[in-house]
Design a protein around this ligand. Structure first.
Ligand SMILES: Cc1cc2nc3c(=O)[nH]c(=O)nc-3n(C[C@H](O)[C@H](O)[C@H](O)COP(=O)(O)O)c2cc1C
Length: 395
């Protein structure tokens, strides 16, 4: 009976272990990754099955010792031990799920970031109180009192609300319910408020387990629009090497118009969205391709957009890292030098060392989209320096 129980428990334990392994960092133990995991389901299965397997081993040992020694006390002693193991597991589960389900409300820093995102939108005149309520591990309700510019018509307010939803839910996907309340528009804007209360549009990324807890939302700018871009893959893969308090959101630069200074006073919605997303971030990560020994035009276009109007640059003061991968052996070194030049002018404190000139080679990425074993140590080191840099320089 014990052997059959061990087979079934072992099978489900293996499934939970495989799931945890997917999020495991180099040198991290299974226990550490389970502690870090925000997926209460995986954590529960892992802890329950570990306790069950331990119990089976204890029971088998107790029975065996009773038989071998003829001492009947081994069997009940094993039962007591099993009871203790189960009490320990129950305690662990209560602590973890309690913390995830009721304890962790949105912190003051995150609230301040959300306030910044809202205030950064050109349509917003003033931001009043913000209230949040946690509905579950991945579901938070946010209400915000916002006064929009009085000159705006309802269509423009509606667009602003959509923009704000997008800008808030990108770094904080757990904010699934968002209500913007505007006193000045109360009478006329019933339909607008309903729009604000609608669920997340399909184009938005699905909530990830880690992002809401993030103290350091990072805006990632990938300098390639190519669908199978190595740089996009690199951006995804190195994000997995960061600690849980970091979250990474790739901003869309593919829908920006060509920069034209004539439009500075009336920037396109896509530009306003980009600026709001950068405004909400505590750090920047540029992962760029190299085109003809410099940065791709799409990247420069995005940088120019978000640097304007003069004096209202979204980039200034945001700590940044620069990295890139190319099929050429120089691994985007020239592009990165050019980019550093631009960022220096824009007052972006940029990590100097280590440099990340990555050559696109077989095995750079593993089957799960992580960094392959040959490059993992180097890129983990790069990420560790980047994390320190952002923590040191972000406001
Ligand atoms: C217009 C163009 C110019 C390029 N110039 C360079 C270059 O100067 N140096 C280099 O290493 N690779 C160069 N490449 C090759 C890129 O490294 C390669 O296309 C790479 O896959 C681009 O990054 P991505 O995969 O993220 O799109 C160039 C590619 C294109 C399309």
């Amino acid at each position: 009976m014990l052997a059959i129980a061990a087979v079934f428990e072992g099978f489900s334990w293996r499934v939970s272990r495989r799931e945890l392994n997917r999020h495991r960092r180099p040198n991290e133990s299974l226990w550490q990754v389970s502690q870090r995991s925000m997926d209460v389901l995986v954590f529960t299965v892992f802890v329950e099955d570990s306790a069950a397997l331990t119990g089976i081993v204890i029971a088998a040992t107790g029975i065996a010792l009773s038989h071998v020694t003829g001492n009947p006390y081994f069997d009940p002693a094993a039962s007591v031990l099993i009871g203790l193991v189960l009490i320990g597991a129950a305690g662990l589960l209560a602590r973890k799920s309690g913390r995830l389900l009721i304890g962790q409300s949105i912190g003051p820093e995150q609230l301040a970031q959300v306030r910044k995102i809202i205030a950064a939108d050109a349509a917003v005149e003033r931001v009043g109180h913000l209230l949040t309520m946690r509905l579950g591990p991945d579901a938070v309700l946010l209400t915000a009192a916002v006064r929009f510019q009085r000159r705006l018509n309802l269509d423009e307010v509606e667009q602003a609300i959509e923009r704000l939803e997008h800008a808030i839910k990108l770094p904080y996907p757990a904010i699934q319910h968002l209500y913007l309340e505007s006193g000045a528009l109360k009478a006329a804007s019933r339909s607008v408020r309903q729009t604000a209360a609608q669920p997340v549009p399909q184009v938005l990324p699905q909530p990830s387990q880690d992002t809401f807890m993030s103290q350091y939302p990072i805006a990632v700018v990938v300098g390639s629009l190519r669908k199978e871009s190595f740089n996009r893959q690199l951006a995804d893969a190195i994000a997995k090497l960061a600690p849980p308090e970091f979250s990474f959101n790739q901003v869309n630069i593919g829908d920006l118009p060509l920069y034209n200074q004539d439009h500075d006073a009336n920037q396109a919605d896509s530009v306003k969205r980009l600026k709001a997303e950068i405004g909400a971030a505590r750090g920047l990560l540029f992962v760029t391709a190299e085109y003809n020994r410099s940065i791709p035009g799409v990247l420069k276009n995005a940088i120019d957009h978000a640097s304007r109007p003069y004096g209202q640059s979204a980039w200034a003061g945001k700590p940044a890292g620069v990295i890139g991968v190319s099929v050429g052996a120089i691994g985007t070194a020239m592009a990165q030098q050019h980019l550093r030049n631009v960022l220096a002018y824009l007052d972006v404190p940029t990590l100097c060392q280590p440099e990340g000139f990555i050559h696109a080679k077989e095995g750079l990425f593993d089957a799960a989209g992580g960094i392959g074993p040959d490059s993992r140590k180097f890129l983990q080191g790069w990420m560790d320096h980047y994390v320190e840099w952002v923590k040191k320089h972000s406001s």
